[in-house]
Design a protein around this ligand. Structure first.
Ligand code: HEM
Length: 427
């Protein structure tokens, strides 16, 4: 197959494989050639146009009418019949939420649901994030080693997410399995057998989400974004529909926790690999907020996002037809030397680090960005204070769940000398 418009496919464009080793290991590095030579290209295997430069990715995010977000959560690998049947047996009916909703439906819903994200509301959650973080560090601080993903980031971010959403705390291991299944289902390339197993988990996740919505509807007086949304439904039944509530319950758990857990693990990894930067954060906590932005820019947890072209147009001077599907690689945009000086360098004092596109941009920009930022800041404040002598276990093989978009180490093994813990030496 060739590009539907020009009929041309360069060799490298045709060879691009977002499930291959190079992209999985380092998405922006694997696309340097594209940023330099072919910043908008068609990949026949995937059936997607790939966009890799900062200005182009930002322009696509900016115009949500010409570039519809409706395919953002579409399964990137077509599902086999057996998996579809499994999903149907659970009455799976995941619908549009916010992230993949077109106008004019999207904006009234986003506006109506914004209040729980104001800085004042978010500040209320910080003591809980701090307490949880300290509790989890307490569990391993004297042992000298930890897997920061398994022993801290997944559970803390999931607990915070459930708390923020107003969902009763459930079995975190089960929810973690559900979330991974959702990611593989949406952005992965599962084999036929995996598809069926993943469909079972996704189906159960869907039913779980429905049960929680029903419970909250019976008593929507509690704290949290979902009870808030349910209360709002009484006045705005056309904006906050039942289908939205059920779908958002499931999507919200994933959006609020997996992205943040991955971002935290990416951040610690890149800081450990840039020891001087870590030492500076340990010496001066006020550097942490900008360091969080630089971690999100350099090694963010959403590597690529998707849009659908709604009319014939041009992106970066390349003609792209109506109906084209776009893979906009925001992690590549974040390493574009045309926008960031020496973009591959990790610099916690970079003055435009905050320009990164890891939270997207424009009218769909991540609503939870400040919650995520606060969690990342608290994690780094606690780790730099309590474990400044933290280091990566040498020679570990860091693996990533193979998919186009959600990116973070599956495990991150760290070690330190507990006898040198500052709080023990100087309590
Ligand atoms: C949307 C990334 C954490 C809730 C998005 C989008 C991205 C993203 C790339 C799509 C933006 C676009 O289309 O322009 C991230 C990252 C996170 C994170 C990297 C952590 C580091 C969170 C958290 C929450 C959340 C903690 C909720 C509590 C949402 C919602 C949307 C969204 C509701 C849809 C907004 C809309 O379409 O209007 N996020 N997110 N996210 N995110 Fe996040």
């Amino acid at each position: 197959p060739r590009c539907p418009v020009t009929g041309a496919v360069s060799e490298r464009a045709a060879a691009f494989d977002p499930f291959g080793d190079a992209y999985q290991a380092d998405p922006p590095a694997s696309l340097r050639w594209s940023r330099d030579e072919e910043p908008v290209f068609y990949n026949p295997e995937l059936g997607y146009w790939v966009v890799t430069r900062y200005e182009d990715v930002k322009a696509v995010f900016r115009d949500n009418l010409l570039f519809s977000p409706s395919i953002a959560l579409e399964k990137i690998t077509p599902v086999c019949d057996e998996a579809t049947e499994v999903l149907a047996s659970y009455d799976y009916a995941m619908n549009r939420t916010l992230v993949n909703e077109d106008e004019p439906e999207h904006m009234p819903r986003r506006r109506a649901l914004m209040d729980p994200f104001t800085p004042k509301e978010l500040a209320r959650h910080e003591p809980m994030v701090r307490r949880l973080t300290r509790e989890y560090v307490d569990r391993f601080v004297d042992s000298g080693h930890a897997d920061l993903v398994d022993d801290m980031f997944w559970e803390v971010t999931l607990t915070v997410a459930l708390h923020f959403l107003g969902v009763p705390e459930e079995d975190v291991d089960t929810l973690r399995r559900f979330s991974i299944a959702h990611t593989v289902n949406t952005w992965g390339r599962p084999s036929r057998d995996q598809q069926v197993a993943v469909a079972e988990s996704v189906g159960k996740f869907w039913q779980f989400a429905g049960t929680v919505v029903d419970k909250l509807k019976a008593d929507p007086s509690g704290d949290g974004w979902m009870p808030y949304s349910i209360r709002l439904q009484k006045d705005m039944p056309d904006v906050i529909t039942d289908s939205y509530l059920h779908s958002m319950m499931m999507a919200g758990i994933v959006a609020a926790h997996e992205t943040t857990a991955n971002a935290a693990a990416n951040a610690v990894k890149v800081l450990m690999e840039n020891r001087q930067a870590w030492a500076e954060l340990c010496a001066d906590e006020s550097l942490i907020p900008n360091a969080v932005e630089e971690c999100l820019r350099h090694n963010g947890s959403v590597a690529a996002w998707r849009r659908l072209v709604t009319a014939d147009t041009q992106i970066g001077g390349v003609a792209v037809p109506k109906g084209a599907k776009l893979l906009i690689v925001n992690s590549s945009a974040n390493r574009d030397d045309r926008h960031f000086d020496d973009a591959d360098a990790f610099d916690i004092r970079r003055d435009n680090a905050v320009d990164h596109l890891t939270f997207g941009y424009g009218s769909h920009q991540c609503m939870g960005k400040n919650l995520a930022r606060m969690e990342l800041r608290v994690f780094l404040e606690e780790l730099t204070t309590r474990l400044p002598h933290l280091e990566l276990v040498p020679d570990q093989r860091v693996t990533y769940l193979p998919n186009t978009s959600f990116r973070g180490p599956e495990h991150l093994l760290v070690q330190w000398d507990p006898a040198a813990n500052p709080e023990r030496r100087d309590p």
